[in-house]
Design a protein around this ligand. Structure first.
Ligand code: AMP
Ligand code: ZN
Length: 130
């Protein structure tokens, strides 16, 4: 079994786990963007949002709500951004939800290539045509 998150779930690799139940484990990201950066990971291996079932997804969201309260209480965060990568941008192919705390002055910025953008009407047409 090669999956690093399966190894963390099985206890073969250590983690800074802050919450755990029958369905998920939530631990600190070892390469944080901000203090308190957490990952919520289902114990069962699903690759992405297409594979995972809705009951598990719902549970992950419930845990995200709980952990937002924890982060506010203990780290006094100013906001929380949820990120979940699929395909390009997904380094670890075991479904996980990133909880990225925001702090005033954290200076997080998203950079992207605006040159790739086409007219919004053309995008709409592509998405809605049969
Ligand atoms: P993604 O690019 O969405 O697949 O994100 C994978 C995340 O897992 C990255 O933010 C990594 O820093 C994090 N990560 C990788 N290995 C570990 C580990 N052993 N413990 C905690 N977080 C990890
Ligand atoms: Zn896995």
């Amino acid at each position: 079994m090669e999956c690093i998150f399966c190894k963390i779930i099985n206890g073969d690799i250590p983690s800074y786990t802050v919450y755990e139940d029958d369905v998920v484990k939530a631990f600190l990201d070892i390469n944080p963007t901000t203090n308190g950066n957490l990952l919520i990971v289902p114990k069962k291996h699903y690759e992405n949002i297409i594979d995972i079932d809705l009951t598990t997804l719902n549970h992950i969201n419930k845990v995200a709500k709980k952990l937002y309260s924890l982060l506010k209480e203990k780290l006094h965060i100013d906001g929380l951004t949820l990120i979940q990568n699929n395909g390009l941008g997904q380094e670890i192919k075991h479904y996980h939800l990133h909880l990225t705390p925001r702090y005033v002055d954290d200076n997080i910025k998203h950079s992207f290539n605006k040159d790739l953008l086409i007219d919004i009407k053309d995008v709409y047409q592509k998405l809605t045509s049969e």
